[in-house]
Ligand binder design. Structure first.
Ligand code: PBG
Length: 335
């Protein structure tokens, strides 16, 4: 009891605060998203995401060299193909944009960088939905084969991790079986298990040109109101063979991250999505805003909630800030 017990004793100096700190953000926790576009000759900035670009294939080597030199351990790749059709056939073309990018990256940096690929059809379909469409419906079972083919083609190109983000039922099982049959038993599946039908994806859809041409994604992505459903999704994906599970988005879903981590005790990733990044960038244009402090506070909250891994567009900035001052986190978060 006061005055013997004084909580402020442990807040007195920066060094004291450092030794009692419960959560830190490290470069090792980060996965950086990279967009590769078959339609462009030079990099194009994504208008709602200052500092983020779509890259042509020939710029990918330099990009990954920079990422490795910053000390970021992993990337997740998204492809924008030249040709889109009803069934997203470029998604599983062995010569497709992602397949070629993975080969180039692995050739350049090998084991220095973990390469994950987003496995979904929405960037490759003319209608922008994540599965095969018939009569205005997104069909589940016929989509599974295509996703499995896509994942296998990424593994064949050398991907370390495949990350299905479509939210079809049974896709992890289909992918795991296809990888096993193809001899890729060590390919990691990082499943977007609890992926919500969120309004925070708009900059991504602009970047990936994947806005659905009709309707929305509510018949396959989750209702933001639900918790139990997220736990069921994670349970099923683990049963089907997922190694890492993702909760997405991150900030409005910190409670979900906590519950998933506490319940399942498996490697848990949080996707700090495009709209969350865009908000930070938009507010950072204003006077007297300390972007670095905001970013560290956000990432700290995601880790504190229980995430082991954070997929974030802030990864390069964070890596630079941490290199300038290893205690950047302490200084900025406690301000
Ligand atoms: C593909 C996919 C999306 C994101 C990751 N994979 C968009 C969507 O579901 O519409 C969103 C990532 C972000 O907003 O940063 N299905």
């Amino acid at each position: 009891m006061f005055p013997k017990r004084r909580m402020r004793r442990l807040r007195k100096t920066e060094k004291i605060r450092d030794i009692v700190k419960e959560t830190t953000v490290n470069k090792n926790d980060l996965i950086y998203p990279v967009f590769i576009d078959e339609n462009i000759k030079n990099r194009v900035e994504i208008s709602s995401m200052p500092g983020q670009f779509r890259l042509p294939l020939h710029e990918v080597r330099d990009e990954v060299l920079e990422i490795v030199s910053l000390g970021i351990p992993a990337v997740i790749l998204f492809g924008i193909p030249k040709h889109k059709d009803d069934i997203g056939s470029e998604a599983y073309n062995q010569n497709g944009i992602i397949q070629r990018a993975v080969e180039e990256i692995k050739d350049e940096v090998g084991k220095e960088l973990v390469v994950a690929t987003d496995v979904c059809l929405c960037e490759y379909t003319s209608h922008g939905h994540c599965g095969i469409v018939e009569g205005g419906e997104v069909l589940n079972d016929p989509t599974l084969d295509l996703l499995a083919k896509e994942a296998l083609s990424h593994a064949e190109a050398g991907a370390d991790i495949v990350a299905p983000s479509d939210m079809m039922d049974g896709r992890v099982k289909a992918i795991r079986e296809t990888l096993e049959d193809g001899g890729y038993q060590d390919t990691i599946i990082m499943s977007y298990s609890a992926k919500y039908a969120s309004s925070f994806y708009w900059p991504f859809r602009e970047a990936a040109e994947s806005t659905p041409s009709f309707g929305d994604r509510k018949s396959y992505q989750m209702d933001p109101a639900n918790i139990n459903e997220a736990l069921q999704e994670v349970y099923l994906d683990l049963q089907e063979g997922a190694d890492i599970v993702i909760v997405k988005p991150a900030l409005s879903y910190l409670d979900i991250i906590t519950r998933v981590k506490e319940r399942f005790k498996v490697p848990t990733a949080a996707y700090n999505v495009s709209g969350e990044y865009a908000m930070v960038k938009a507010v950072s244009q204003l006077d007297n805003v300390d972007e670095k402090a905001i970013v560290f506070e956000i990432l700290t909250s995601i880790k504190r909630a229980g995430a082991d891994i954070i997929v974030t567009y802030h990864a390069k900035d964070v890596a630079k800030w941490l290199s300038q001052s290893p205690t950047a986190k302490a200084v900025s978060v406690s301000r």
